[in-house]
Each structure stands twice: as structure tokens, then as C-alpha cells.
Design a protein around this ligand. Structure first.
Ligand code: 6CS
Length: 355
């Protein structure tokens, strides 16, 4: 609670040179991420910092705040709103409370099995335009969105069928649709902030959680679970958001610079997340040889897919007309990307190499 007020005040006091007005000398752009140092979001933010600082020839300093320094994801969104920070990662897994339509990206079995197809689809300009409109209504500037890899389950017991979730206390991010999604499999979903997941697993308050492999490794979730399961049901998807007054107040040159960097990073981060997820899976294997690591087969995935379908109706109920449009455009984008990339993109890749 104290941090909630003291930190923003401190940032305000030290932000005298962050005025967006042109010609006031050096600017400071504060960028909060929802993950720790060494994560995919950190790689994004560090590269963003490097490119912005280089291209502005010292006119802009970017300060990256890793998860934990400014509070939870919800608190970071609040800080973009009140302008104490200029930029932040904002994942629909938490943001869905504020923008229900964004929960389309949390639905299971909507995406392709091919990461290339998903990357192309998730970059669809129509999706970005819709997100921009929704964010603007909530007084946020939408800058970009990208996937961070396949979501994987780490649990204390084997999971092959929806019945295996029966009664399992399963941690999800805090958006309501995620709770419903795991209730549909029979689990007892427990919404918790990211920072509390490890200790909740360690203290047996929960039996499992879901996150991409790089996060499972760096947050040590594998240490306190025994099974790592790849259902390939969803990707971890996040957005980059800014304070709208900050964005509008930038000089034309700095706004263009920001837009260009964000555009460039969209493809760069795709390769980075693939590398991180592949390398970290190997690290988990080496650090804990007893970890049971497996993929669900097609029949098993079908069973989960069937159980997940009613959640689409719930999504449409929660997210209304805008949500229906978002889901339709997302499905069309996936289909179009599948056709565009052909067999190469749409053929299931050797999955353990393509997380
Ligand atoms: O599970 C979570 O809450 C978090 N997981 C990742 C990979 N990034 C940020 C998010 O808050």
C-alpha cells in the first residue's frame, strides 16, 4: 500500500525533465515491465532503450523498471494512467479486467499450431487498430502487441485429460475469463499476482500454474512442480502501452522515432522469445532431470478443445459486440496467415523445438 503512493510520488519528483514538450532538453521515458531482468519483456525493453537512446543521440534516456520495482501489473497500469511512468507492458491476462474485449487473446485453441502463422496473425493491422480504439477509450495509448511463446502447465500431478484437472487448485492471471477457462476443465482456479506464484506452489496453496517456458525457468516454478505439459492451447500475449498525453506531447521526430522502434521490435522479439524458450527448456531439463516434460497428443488436445468451446460463448457475453468483432478478426487473421504461409507455416512444427 505504501509503495503504491510513495513510489509514484518519488518518480514525479525526479521526473522534472520528462516533460513531453519539445525543446526542454533531455527527456526521460520510464518503461515498466511485468517480468524480471533476463525475461522476454526485459529483452524487449532493453533493446527499446538501446535503439531509442542511440537514435535520439542522447536526447532521450529510457529507464527500465523490472517487475517488483513498481508493484503488480495492475499497479503499473494505474501508473501509466496517472503519468508517473510513460510506458509499460500490459498483458490481457491482467488487463482483461479493464478491457474485456482483449480477452480474445486468452481463449484456448483459437491460434494455429504454427508459431510463424500466429506471429503473422497477431501482427494484423486490423487487430492493432481495434486494440488501439479500445485502449484509447480507457485513456491508454496502444503501441504494440506480441506473443512470448506457448503457454505450458507446470503441475504437481500428471495432466493428460480434462479430468486430471478435477479439483486442482490452479493459478491463473487475474482476468476473469482465465478463471472460467480452467473451471471448464474442472479446476479450482486461483487468481494471483505473478510475484506470489512460487511461494503459493511451495506452500501447497496451489497445485499448478500456466506460463511460457522462459518464465517457468526464471521464476523457478519448475522447482516446486513435477510435470511440465505442452497443450499448445494458447500463447502468452502482451501489449505495450503508453500514457496518451506523453505520446501526443512528443515532438514529431520523437514520436516517429518511437513508432519506428516499436515496429522494428515486433519481428525482433519473435526470434528472441523462440530462442529464450528453447534455451530455457534445455536449462530446466539439465537442472531437474526428474521433471516430466511432455506434449499432449491430438486426441488429448481434442478433449481439451471440446471443453474449452463454451468459454467462447462466455467471452461473447462478457465482451459484447466489440468482443465478437475482435474474435472474428482474430480468427480471420489466423486463417489468412495460414493461407499466406502455406504448408511451411501451417504445418505443425516439431513442437519441442518451437516453443
Ligand atoms: O503470469 C503472469 O502473471 C505473468 N507471466 C508472464 C510470462 N509475464 C507477465 C505476467 O504478469
Amino acid at each position: 500500500m505504501i509503495m503504491r503512493w510513495i513510489l509514484p510520488c518519488l518518480l514525479l519528483l525526479t521526473a522534472c525533465d520528462t516533460s513531453p514538450a519539445a525543446g526542454r532538453g533531455r527527456e526521460v521515458w520510464r518503461f515498466a515491465i511485468e517480468e524480471t531482468t533476463g525475461s522476454v519483456q526485459d529483452a524487449y525493453a532493453q533493446r527499446f532503450k538501446q535503439l531509442v537512446e542511440e537514435r535520439s543521440h542522447g536526447e532521450i534516456d529510457v529507464i527500465v523498471y523490472p517487475y517488483g520495482t513498481l508493484g503488480t501489473s495492475d499497479q503499473m497500469t494505474e501508473q501509466i494512467h496517472n503519468g508517473t511512468i510513460q510506458l509499460a507492458m500490459a498483458s490481457p491476462g491482467h488487463m482483461g479486467k479493464l478491457i474485456p474485449e482483449a480477452q480474445a487473446f486468452l481463449l484456448h485453441f483459437v491460434l494455429s499450431e504454427s508459431q510463424k502463422v500466429n506471429h503473422l496473425a497477431l501482427g494484423d493491422p486490423r487487430l492493432h487498430a481495434m486494440m488501439a480504439e479500445l485502449y484509447a477509450r480507457k485513456d491508454l495509448k496502444f503501441l504494440s502487441a506480441f506473443a512470448e511463446g506457448w503457454m505450458a502447465w507446470t503441475t504437481k500431478m500428471p495432466v493428460h485429460t480434462p479430468e486430471d484437472f478435477n479439483g486442482m487448485r490452479f493459478r491463473v492471471m487475474t482476468s476473469p475469463l482465465l478463471m472460467a477457462a480452467y473451471q471448464a476443465y474442472g479446476a479450482n482456479p486461483v487468481p494471483l499476482p505473478y510475484s506470489q506464484v512460487y511461494s503459493a506452489l511451495q506452500l501447497h496453496m496451489i497445485d499448478g500454474q500456466v506460463n511460457p517456458v522462459f518464465a517457468i525457468q526464471e521464476m523457478s516454478f519448475y522447482e516446486v512442480t513435477s510435470h511440465l505439459v505442452f497443450p499448445h492451447h494458447a500463447q502468452f500475449y502482451t501489449t505495450v502501452a503508453a500514457n496518451p498525453d506523453f505520446y501526443e506531447g512528443l515532438s514529431d521526430a520523437h514520436r516517429t522515432l518511437l513508432d519506428d522502434v516499436v515496429e522494428q521490435l515486433h519481428d525482433e522479439i519473435f526470434d528472441i522469445q523462440r530462442r529464450f524458450n528453447d534455451e530455457r527448456l534445455q536449462e530446466i531439463r539439465e537442472a531437474k532431470p526428474s521433471m516430466q516434460i511432455y506434449e499432449l497428443d491430438e486426441a488429448q488436445r481434442d478433449a481439451f478443445r471440446r471443453e474449452s468451446l463454451p468459454i467462447r460463448d462466455l467471452y461473447l457475453e462478457i465482451a459484447g459486440e466489440g468482443g465478437a468483432q475482435m474474435l472474428e478478426v482474430l480468427e480471420q487473421a489466423v486463417e489468412r496467415a495460414r493461407r499466406q504461409l502455406g504448408a511451411d507455416g501451417s504445418a505443425p512444427q516439431k513442437r519441442t523445438e518451437a516453443h
